[in-house]
Design a protein around this ligand. Structure first.
Ligand code: ATP
Length: 555
């Protein structure tokens, strides 16, 4: 559950995102559109950096992965074959009072954060209800907040029922809320609507794909879908990639792109959006039987050890663990601490029917520990499905083994927007510092890893009305600009310029002062003050050394 200080922290992050141009509500001037977000100037740079780092680590720094960029709208049969048309749905309930829709599996999570549920819980410390307090609340504040709540409509009757039913699950806050909102005494206990405490309908499946029509006729036959994931295009183009790029199993195809899901309850800022971006890899491997036949045995990982470098005798389990480790390491390389991440190994009854194992990489967001990426061992389910539905063979001819098979796959699937949010949450800090005049002040700083930071260096002439300082500063800007994103700023006191860059997460600031232009002796000429964001330490650096130093820190 998120504590008050974490809720507060989240509010500060959202407000900083808007104030500094990281993330805006989509179509804000028209009241916004729920579940859609735009990235402002700093957000766009941050996102671009993250995607480029992922792409580079997957493709350019490896021999065994190639890229793909497919369309958002594909043949509708793709989604029939993948199972999305029939099964990509969330159970959803409608509130009989306020008519709002809620995802049935999220009701309790939502209830945790509503003020009215909080008020009820506070009348039941440890799950044992304080009847007097509940009655007072129901007849007072409750009337205003949630008039549909059964407890508010008829407090005496609902409280009377409490003792009989509390015995069923004593001590549970969830149980207490359910009792207090179930108007029908003979019916089963139900979850209340998190918006108004009204009664929710039975869950019904709701397909999450956005529909559209291709062509002007717009008949049922012209229905197409905006892709709900980028992965399927990779399976669909598997044959073309194999035939055109001389890759050999084991190998991967990766893609970054937009995905769309008509989420029932988009929430937690960008965490659950309706339009978002994914970075997905399908890593194709030999079936275990083929590895066994070729190498005489499948490698097993001793308890507590990490997989190391790929070997010919790796079966799906080793490959799966390898990718979990690779992905965790990548997150660390861009600034997420291991201690902020968790691995969640799905239990057998949670696995999709085709999955052999799935690990969720979770991040400790201020609103709770939630999924950042899923890494699934998906057997050969997807390629086989497309083979069956398209009638085209998805078999791969393995020259080493001299046989044909449909490869199996390990799928690390990450969300760009969730990662951006995690990076912002990880980086955000307010610290008390003492300014030049000895006054205490709060410094808001985004401690981004220099690799992802939207701006790598701020460049400041000490004074803007001194032409020599300005022209030297512009020279430094022009030296660095082709190499990285830098920001020239000559407005206001230098301390304020530093603070602005702290809030933008800029790791370095360069000040061009009188030393730089040689006013204090030739040995200091062409040196600048380099200020480090995190320590706020300053050092003297030669202009000629700046490019190499900054590149080594930011790439
Ligand atoms: P969840 O259970 O949170 O709905 P999921 O398990 O359905 O997520 P996947 O289908 O595995 O998600 O998608 C892979 C990744 O895509 C997720 O780990 C997440 O980072 C991202 N993602 C999925 N849905 C959304 C969304 N609505 N908004 C933002 N990112 C999303």
């Amino acid at each position: 559950m998120s504590t008050e200080s974490q809720v507060n922290r989240m509010e500060k992050i959202v407000s900083l995102c808007k104030r500094r141009g990281f993330i805006f509500q989509s179509s804000e001037i028209y009241g916004g559109l729920n579940g859609f977000w735009d990235y402002g100037p700093l957000g766009a740079e941050l996102k671009r950096n993250v995607k480029e780092l992922w792409w580079k680590s997957m493709t350019r720094l490896r021999d065994d992965i190639v890229g793909l960029e497919a369309t958002i709208i594909m043949h509708p049969s793709v989604w029939k074959a993948s199972g999305h048309v029939d099964t990509f749905s969330d159970p959803m309930s409608t509130c009989r009072s306020c008519k709002k829709l809620v995802r049935s599996d999220q009701v309790w999570d939502m209830l945790e954060t509503t003020p009215w549920a909080e008020a009820v819980r506070s009348c039941a410390p440890g799950g044992v209800a304080d009847r007097e307090a509940l009655l007072k609340w129901a007849k007072g504040k409750g009337q205003r907040l949630v008039p549909n709540f059964a407890l508010v409509k008829d407090p005496e009757t609902m409280l009377g029922r409490l003792s009989e039913r509390s015995a069923e699950a004593p001590g549970s806050q969830q149980h207490l809320l359910q009792i207090l909102c179930t108007a029908d005494p003979s019916g089963p206990l139900s979850m209340p609507c998190p918006h108004c405490a009204g009664e929710l309908t039975e869950p019904r499946p709701f397909n999450l794909m956005f529909k559209t029509y291709v062509g002007p006729a717009a008949t049922e036959d012209d229905i197409a879908y905006l892709r709900p994931e980028t992965a399927q295009a990779i399976f669909v183009q598997f044959k073309n990639v194999v035939d055109s790029s001389r890759v050999k199993v084991p190998f991967g195809i990766c893609q970054i792109g937009k995905a769309f899901r008509n989420e029932v309850t988009p929430r937690n800022f960008t965490f659950r959006s309706r339009e978002f971006e994914q970075m997905e890899l399908e890593f194709f491997i030999k079936p275990d039987e083929v590895v066994q036949a070729q190498t005489g045995g499948i490698a097993k990982l001793p308890e507590g050890e990490l997989p190391g470098q790929p070997e010919a005798n790796w079966g799906w389990e080793m490959w799966h663990k390898y990718w979990v480790e690779e992905r965790l390491r990548w997150y660390e390389s861009i600034g997420l601490k291991r201690s902020s991440l968790e691995e969640y190994w799905q239990k057998p009854d949670e696995l999709a029917h085709y999955a052999r194992a799935t690990v969720d990489i979770l991040y400790k967001f201020p609103f709770g520990t939630q999924e950042l990426e899923g890494i699934a061992a998906r057997s050969n389910f997807d390629l086989t499905q497309h083979q069956t539905h398209s009638g085209k063979s998805m078999e791969y001819f393995d020259q080493e083994a001299n046989l044909r098979y449909v490869p199996h796959v390990i799928e690390p699937s990450a969300g760009v927007d969730r990662l951006i949010l995690a990076l912002l949450a990880e980086a955000f800090e307010e610290e008390e510092v003492v300014d030049e005049k000895g006054q205490k002040e709060v410094r808001t700083v985004l401690r981004f890893h220099p690799r992802v930071a939207p701006i790598k260096a701020g460049i400041f002439p000490l004074l803007k009305n001194k032409p020599e300082l300005v022209s030297k500063a512009l020279e430094v800007r022009d030296l660095l600009r082709p190499l990285m994103n830098v920001f020239y700023d000559d407005g206001g006191a230098i301390g304020r310029r530093y603070r602005r860059q702290d809030e933008a997460g800029t790791p370095f600031c360069i000040t061009i002062d009188f030393d730089t232009i040689g006013e204090n002796g030739p040995e200091k000429k062409d040196t600048v003050t380099l200020r480090h964001r995190d320590s706020m330490k300053q050092e003297r650096v030669r202009i000629a050394d700046l490019p190499a130093y900054l590149l080594s820190q930011t790439s």
